[in-house]
Design a binder for this molecule. Structure first.
Ligand code: HSE
Length: 412
């Protein structure tokens, strides 16, 4: 049986490396007589590459070759990845992808195509890199109703926040260090503005709750507004700031889903997830909380997940794996501003005492937080459980108070 790889970037070249390095055990585990690489699709020239003879620039070479049964899509981006994947599935080939943008935007359509043509579309590597999460949710936790899922889904932003928290490093310096270390996406705005995490929570929420969650319907906030002042106040609260992707089952067959920097209390497994590591907490109605932790990015960890899917496809040539979800209706996601939680607030005030009196009369008891060298005109506090809608109105009503940041306090 033959395999083709489309896109010879970081992940694609990792896939080729793992397929070659672990060739014999991969063949054995795939229950095939052979499992060999036949083509690598890439526009670029890789002179002297050990697989130089396998390169093609023609997608049709792969599409029209009946001996190629499994195709790995590691090109990234939506186009032409979507058109190529659709054509391959229609031709009855299995497709394995690490492309979260593709699955988050087109997962429903592609899974339907796979069903129609009795083939497989697998995407373990699209969330959490090398961390097993798609298969555990769809198989090992299949006995549960999943109530909630929350994750640190982006390594770059977790690295930046870790540098801010542990080394008191400014945001820009931490981003530069992440880029130097090669974690960040080519365009780091996908990381720091939260879009990468958004795509991943969309995939997880689609899988957990059974209907496609589109990125446009998920409120997404990145970490560019987080300052060392917030980090210091949150430390006083016994907690840390993490960029979380969250999704929860709500009433009337609806869900909540959002990506935002949020407060996680020290002692929780998500709080102790540092550097480029990812962690995904799944809350099931039989298992309770379970956390998946590991390297969420990188060449070989991600290739490890892709090649496991290739093996799974090779084992399921005659039979489709049951994996998929339904189309969703327009108002499937509830407004994130109606999800109640305690909130952290940092504000500039004209008169501290007057502001504190107004806060007490509009919001009741709050917990004030401390940081060293705070100016007299700054207040930071945590308010009790309420919706963001109610909180914003209360804060707006206080004269002389300007909100500098608000963050949700989580219970993960
Ligand atoms: N830039 C991403 C991250 C890569 O930092 O997590 C994996 O999706």
């Amino acid at each position: 049986m033959y395999v083709a790889v489309m896109g010879y970037g970081t992940v694609g070249s990792g896939v080729v490396e793992v397929l070659s390095k672990n060739h014999d055990s991969i063949v054995k585990r795939s229950l095939q007589d052979s499992l060999d690489l036949k083509y690598i699709l890439d526009k670029r020239v890789f002179k002297g590459d050990p697989n130089e003879d396998k390169f093609t620039t023609e997608f049709d070479d792969i599409l029209n070759d009946d001996s190629v049964k499994i195709v790995v899509e590691t090109m990234g981006g939506l186009h032409p990845a979507f058109e190529f994947t659709s054509a391959l599935l229609k031709a009855g080939k299995s497709v394995v992808t690490s492309n979260k943008e593709l699955v988050a935007a087109k997962g429903y359509e592609l899974l339907e195509l796979a069903k129609e043509h009795n083939t497989n579309f697998l995407f373990e590597a699209s969330v959490g890199g090398g961390i097993p999460i798609i298969r555990p949710i769809s198989q090992c936790l299949a006995a549960n109703e999943i109530d909630e899922i929350a994750g640190i889904l982006n390594g770059t932003t977790n690295f930046i926040l870790t540098m801010m928290i542990e080394k008191n490093m400014a945001f820009d310096d931490a981003l530069r260090l992440a880029q130097e270390n090669g974690f960040a996406e080519r365009d780091p705005s996908a990381d720091i503005e939260g879009h990468d995490a958004c795509r991943k929570i969309c995939i997880l929420a689609s899988l957990c709750f059974g209907k496609h969650v589109y990125p446009e319907s998920v409120h997404t906030e990145g970490i560019t507004g987080i300052t060392l002042e917030d980090v210091a106040y949150v430390h006083d609260f016994g907690a840390v700031i993490k960029l979380l992707g969250c999704a929860k089952r709500m009433e009337n067959d609806k869900i909540s889903a959002f990506v935002e920097p949020a407060i996680v209390k020290n002692g929780s497994q998500l709080a102790s997830t540092s550097d480029v590591f990812n962690a995904i907490l799944v809350r099931g109605n039989a298992i309770g909380d379970v956390v998946f932790y590991g390297k969420g990015a990188g060449k070989l960890p991600t290739a490890s997940a892709v090649v496991a899917d290739v093996i799974d496809c090779a084992k399921h040539t005659e039979r489709r794996k049951a994996l998929g979800w339904e189309q969703s209706e327009d108002n499937y996601i509830v407004d994130y501003r109606t999800i109640a939680a305690p909130f952290y607030v940092r504000a500039a005030v004209e008169n501290k005492e007057a502001a504190q009196e107004a806060i007490a009369s509009t919001m009741g008891e709050v917990q004030y937080l401390h940081r060293d060298n705070a100016p007299e005109t700054e207040l930071a506090f945590v308010v009790g459980t309420q919706t963001e809608e109610v909180l914003s109105k209360a804060l707006e009503s206080i004269e002389g108070l300007k909100v500098l940041s608000t963050l949700r306090v989580t219970d993960y």
